[in-house]
Design a protein around this ligand. Structure first.
Ligand SMILES: [Zn+2]
Ligand SMILES: [Zn+2]
Length: 412
């Protein structure tokens, strides 16, 4: 019967095979010396094909094999170790790797030199592949390097499998209707989160946050062990976030379940948000979206209520002047403790007086990303130049501030 897989080693390969005999190598390690020769064969098959050409190895495989120490004979044990290590977690895709003693890898490379092979495959890559194949068959999950749910690392010397359960990512947009809610959890300044008298043992500066409200039903649904919240920027605690909301990605750490019922969670959020937080456009996300959200620099639109005695004509004149030139903003005093002190140039892209009454008026603004709106209105003691207050020539104070739109994607 003709052999379906062709294997036609050169004279030089056959000479290498003769040099490799008599060393007590197991069929896997012998064949792996020729691992990059021919396709569609396992390494033990390569060993058999070569033996048919140069004769059986006069020395039977040593116990244990001088290269792999029998690791390939115990692949099924490694499969079971991996299965146990991931028990209790839902996984559909996996990657596997292995850790070997450096001396063993050095022995293998020395052998390549001794027998003069040009076709050797490393023990690590062969082991990972063989473990992956068996793990696919055992678990029904699929192996590969793209977007794994779990990564297995077989520590061959120690005899243990370490698992990394990858996060589940979800994205959405949130609206914040409460002027006392921070975006993320703020650890108490005094105890740094451990819990003390001043924070009532909670470890937090504020009892709740947008992050915690949104993460709660997801943590419940996935039995995740923690979460990380990535907003596309953040608004001040006392600013509302309106319009289509602010894009975010939520990372659920070490989730036990990965299949998320978005309809159920949206319902839980309507209840849990209790009119303080609303969530739109929930969907699953990829890890890369964290970077996209963090690096986006969209314009923002604001509605800002200002207290100050200025005539309507004077406000309009000042807005025209403000639109005509860039503003220079030094890092505001209120954030100077966590941001580098420097001067940035920003633009007010659009500005409009919405309404005016005795001693107060309301503006709609569109600004470039990173503009400090409060400081632009009030002046921040001359750190923003020119400020609206400077342009109207009267002290101004921001009464309220709402973010009306994050212009990450334009809507018609
Ligand atoms: Zn071996
Ligand atoms: Zn505290």
């Amino acid at each position: 019967m003709p052999d379906p897989v062709p294997f036609d080693p050169s004279e030089s390969a056959l000479a290498t095979a003769r040099r490799a005999q008599g060393r007590g190598l197991c069929p896997e390690c012998f064949g792996r010396l020729f691992g990059r020769l021919g396709h569609g064969l396992t390494n033990p098959e390569r060993t058999r094909r070569l033996a048919a050409r140069v004769g059986e190895d006069p020395r039977p495989p040593a116990e244990p094999c001088p290269v792999c120490a029998g690791a390939f004979g115990r692949l099924d044990v490694w499969v079971e170790r991996a299965m146990r290590a991931a028990e209790g977690y839902e996984w559909h895709r996996f990657t596997c790797g292995s850790r070997w003693e450096p001396e063993l890898l050095a022995r293998e490379e020395a052998l390549w030199v001794e027998v003069g092979t040009e076709w050797g495959e490393s023990i690590r890559s062969a082991f990972n592949r063989e473990l992956g194949k068996r793990l696919e068959a055992r678990s029904g999950a699929s192996g590969g390097i793209e977007h794994p749910d779990v990564v297995f690392l077989a520590d061959v010397a120690v005899g243990r499998v370490e698992t990394t359960v990858l996060p589940v990512y979800v994205r959405g947009r949130y609206r914040k209707l409460d002027r006392s809610l921070p975006q993320t959890r703020w650890p108490c300044r005094r105890c740094r989160g451990r819990g003390c008298e001043s924070c009532g043992g909670t470890g937090k500066t504020y009892p709740e946050s947008v992050e915690e409200i949104i993460a709660a039903p997801f943590l419940l649904a996935t039995a995740g062990e923690g979460s990380r919240f990535h907003g596309m920027g953040r608004e001040d605690i006392d600013a509302r976030m309106l319009g289509r909301g602010r894009p975010f990605v939520l990372e659920l750490l070490r989730p036990h379940r990965r299949t998320v019922d978005f309809v159920g969670i949206a319902a839980a959020l309507r209840e849990g948000g209790a009119g303080r937080v609303e969530v739109l456009d929930l969907a699953s996300a990829a890890a890369e979206e964290v970077v996209r959200v963090k690096e986006a620099n969209p314009d923002k639109s604001y509605r800002v209520g200002v207290i100050g005695n200025v005539a309507v004509a004077k406000v309009n004149e000042a807005l025209d002047l403000a639109l005509a030139r860039a503003i220079a903003q030094r890092t505001p005093t209120r954030v100077a403790h966590r941001r580098a002190d420097r001067v940035r140039t920003r633009r007010i892209v659009a500005a409009r007086l919405v309404e005016a009454a005795e001693g107060r008026f309301t503006l709609d603004l569109r600004t470039e990303a990173g503009t400090y709106v409060k400081e632009w209105v009030e002046g921040d003691g001359g750190r923003t130049e020119p400020s609206l207050a400077a342009l109207v020539g009267v002290p101004l104070k921001v009464d309220f501030l709402d973010v009306m739109e994050i212009h990450d994607t334009e809507v018609a």
